[in-house]
Design a protein around this ligand. Structure first.
Ligand SMILES: Cc1ncc(C[n+]2csc(CCOP(=O)(O)OP(=O)(O)O)c2C)c(N)n1
Length: 379
């Protein structure tokens, strides 16, 4: 028996609930409820209107445009790093649009759609990736926490924040985004358990994009994430993360139960990280093209386009308008980032700790030498 065979494959345990098939067919409510009853609590009361579908599609297109522009800017040396959201637009847009704007959100580092929908400008979003700011927006004003790169570190914070909400007596719901890999962290497991024990109003939204950098989900765990959630006492949902309507319906359902005092929940949205882990990664070293091709046929935007076509829910003028809006976003972002100033070493190092440290001083001097070496080469 090979190592691979020995390890359980969580993706083989039941189908995630879906509403919109990859061919653009919208499932009827009887079909969705019978399928979902095997795996998840599921509300099929989502009213699928042309306006809703166009709105979700617009946010996905804008996110995809932002992502491709940011990737190009990184390749042109304007950003230190970029973590692409390509392929995960439905999971992000479907969920963030199901929350109230005042529901506090703790993103991880790839949730660019959540930031866009919350009103972060694309240029503000890229400040952190340029290294000129720890967070380009005001978390309190937008009810959107700073990106957290330390895996799962934000999850105990989200649970604690939700316990504060509980004590304030408001009906706010806190949402924390994480990846499949982050569920292996101790912080995640503590946050899940504590949220359940305290009946805290928090939703954990897991984007299972099949990989934690190069480690596939099947090597990370033996029990699927949505099943583990139940062990902690969280309500759990298992949903096709490339189906924006299913994600939207599941998140609405989870959030309304939490808001009504039903306790915390976890959604596992099954998706695929189409691009590399970050601009520093080369996925061809650890995954097959055949796998990427298979997922390409389940692209989250393409299936919505098929639905819009089939129902005649968009016009050529609307499409052209959106194309133009996307191009404006790209052009504005490019010129904003090109006019960003250089990375200030003081800001980068002196805000890490409250006081001074010999190690940081040494690192700062080392980095200054590194930058100076480049200046010598280019002069
Ligand atoms: C505590 C910690 N350990 C290791 C890392 C390095 N690291 C960055 S991303 C990543 C994989 C995360 O995978 P997943 O949670 O599935 O999210 P994804 O990047 O796929 O969205 C790792 C190990 C980190 N940032 N923080």
């Amino acid at each position: 028996m090979t190592h691979d065979e020995h390890v359980g494959d969580p993706s083989r345990t039941g189908e995630p609930a879906s509403l919109l098939a990859p061919d653009g067919a919208l499932k009827t409510s009887s079909e969705t409820s019978s399928e979902a009853s095997t795996e998840a609590l599921w509300d099929t009361s989502l009213e699928v209107t042309a306006e809703l579908v166009r709105d979700l599609y617009r946010w996905m297109r804008l996110t995809r445009r932002l992502d491709s522009e940011a990737f190009s800017l990184q390749r042109h040396g304007e950003l230190g790093l970029w973590a692409p959201s390509l392929g995960q637009e439905a999971a992000q847009v479907g969920s963030i649009t199901a929350l109230r704007p005042t529901d506090y959100v703790f993103p991880s580092y790839r949730e660019h759609a959540t930031a866009l929908v919350r009103g972060v400008t694309p240029a503000q979003m890229l400040e952190q990736w340029r290294g000129i700011s720890g967070c380009g927006w005001d978390p309190a004003a937008l009810h959107l926490h700073a990106y957290t790169v330390v895996l799962a570190a934000h999850l105990p914070h989200a649970t604690g924040y939700a316990m504060g909400v509980q004590r304030d007596g408001t009906d706010e719901v806190v949402t924390a985004y994480l990846g499949d890999g982050a569920t292996s962290q101790g912080d995640a497991n503590e946050a899940f358990n504590w949220a359940a024990a305290c009946h805290a109003p928090v939703l954990f939204f897991v984007q299972n994009n099949q990989y934690a950098i190069s480690t596939p989900t099947r090597l990370q765990m033996r029990t699927p994430i949505h099943q583990r959630a139940r062990g902690f006492g969280l309500q759990s949902f298992f949903v096709d993360g490339n189906d924006v309507l299913a994600v939207h319906a599941a998140t609405r359902q989870a959030v309304s139960q939490i808001r009504a005092g039903g306790g915390p929940a976890l959604i596992e949205a099954v998706t695929y990280r189409t691009g590399p882990h970050t601009s520093s990664d080369d996925p061809t070293r650890y995954r097959d093209q055949a796998e990427a091709d298979a997922w390409a046929s389940r692209d989250p935007l393409a299936r919505v386009e098929k639905l819009l076509d089939a129902r005649d829910w968009w016009t050529p003028a609307w499409r052209l308008g959106l194309d133009a809006e996307c191009e404006r976003l790209g052009a504005d972002l490019r010129s904003a980032v090109q006019s960003f100033g250089p990375v200030e070493l003081d800001g980068l190092f002196d805000t890490v700790l409250g006081g001074r440290s010999a190690l940081l001083a040494e690192q700062k001097a080392g980095y200054a030498d590194y930058v100076a070496a480049y200046e010598e080469v280019s002069s």
